[in-house]
Design a protein around this ligand. Structure first.
Ligand code: PLP
Length: 386
């Protein structure tokens, strides 16, 4: 048999999925492993999608997405992100943020180009860089500054091969957010070195404690350097609908859309219509979900900090806790497996998000409160009280 591609053979299997698959061994698991809201998509959004299908909105759409959605997105970007985008040239609707990320890297990267990626971070970033034949350069983040990817961590990693920096605020798996002053330093550094940034922002609305999300592309002079990526998945509990979007300058977008034509062509029209509805009417549902996540966060983090060998900073955003388990003396994989085998609670090992994730586990608190309480009850039996 002839060999396979380097990208396929070297592509790492997902450590999060491995836990998810092991969870099937137990019928009574509490699953706090996957990165998705536990609640269903709000009914009124589902209805618009279903009505769209019944109205026979079942054909191909323009590659960039239906105009009414691009216009709604341009309004949203102007209003909430302070980014002015031309809906005809600078916005594209994609199959989740995942496709937008892949297209951005395929558009920007040549073989051998370096991409600076946070460690720990969502593992697909490394995968996308590998599929683009580029070299991932990992920026090691640290708990001591709340896992923030700041300019002073990034700049020493920049070489003459650096093409792209991957930013993810709010961040999966740590919940870290970049503040105005952090982003200002990054903006100056990006302009000094003339590199691109992908700013992946799907958790933008899940920020607690009166902090606010700021988009890097809103800083003066940054629009041409940044591809802003976002998604309906986490915000509106729409992970399975697979709708995301990218905003980029017209020259980049004109090339990204050619690749999009070859990968998925377009997102189905009925679901795009549901997204228009979500943008215009979904805010109350988002705020309700956020309130639940915040209560879950406080409950979970408070309980984790009472457990022997576990310490957990309060994440300012997302629906992930990233407790430090180093005092247990076990690897993060062994800890996640122990919690699964003894408590039937599924978590993700920090090492699934990069080497710097070793010593931590990720626990999603996007489930319903009863599941969080039950997970705490079972983990208390294993780890006792500190
Ligand atoms: N970016 C981050 C940081 C994520 O955590 C995820 C999903 O977990 C995605 C992107 C992918 O989102 P989508 O469902 O829109 O493809």
């Amino acid at each position: 048999m002839m060999g396979l591609s380097h990208a396929a053979e070297k592509y790492p299997a997902s450590g999060v999925r491995a836990m998810f698959d092991r969870a099937r061994e137990y019928p009574d698991v509490v699953n706090l492993c996957l990165g998705e809201p536990g609640m269903p998509t709000p009914d009124d959004i589902i209805k618009v999608g279903v009505d769209g299908l019944l109205a026979r909105k079942t054909k191909y759409t323009p590659n960039l997405g239906i105009p009414v959605l691009r216009e709604a997105l341009a309004e949203k970007m102007a209003r909430e992100n302070n980014i002015i985008c031309d809906p005809d040239q600078e916005i594209m609707v994609t199959t989740g943020a995942t496709e937008a990320l892949m297209l951005s890297m395929l558009t920007l990267l040549q073989p051998g180009d370096e991409v600076i990626i946070p460690d720990p971070s969502w593992p697909n970033y490394v995968g996308h860089a590998m599929m683009s034949n580029a070299k991932p350069v990992m920026a090691r983040l640290s708990e001591s500054n709340g896992f923030k990817m700041t300019a002073d961590i990034i700049e020493p990693l920049i070489t003459d091969k650096t093409k792209l920096i991957l930013l993810n605020s709010p961040a999966n798996p740590t919940g870290a957010i970049l503040l105005q002053e952090d982003l200002l330093e990054i903006a100056k550094m990006v302009q000094k070195h003339g590199v691109y940034v992908i700013s992946d922002e799907p958790y933008e609305k899940l920020i607690y404690d009166k902090q606010a999300h700021i988009s890097l592309a809103s800083f003066p002079g940054m629009k041409n350097h940044v591809i802003t990526i976002n998604s309906f998945s986490k915000t509106y509990a729409m992970t399975g609908w697979r709708v995301g979007y990218a905003c980029a300058n017209p020259a980049l977008m004109a090339n990204m859309v050619k690749l999009h034509e070859n990968i998925t062509s377009c997102v189905n029209e009925a679901f795009q219509l549901a997204c228009v509805y979500a943008l215009k009417n979904g805010e109350a549902a988002v705020q309700n979900m956020k309130k639940d996540y915040e209560e879950n966060r406080n409950l979970l983090v408070g309980a984790l900090n009472q457990m022997y060998g576990i310490q957990c900073q309060t994440p300012p955003a997302t629906f992930y806790a990233f407790p430090n388990i180093k005092a247990l003396g076990l690897s993060s994989k062994d800890t996640a497996n122990l919690i699964l085998d003894k408590c039937h609670v599924v978590t993700a090992p920090g090492s699934a998000f990069g080497q710097a994730g070793e010593g931590y586990i990720r626990i999603s608190f996007a489930s319903d409160k009863e599941s969080i309480k039950e997970a705490i009850r079972r983990m208390n039996q294993l780890f006792g009280h500190a």
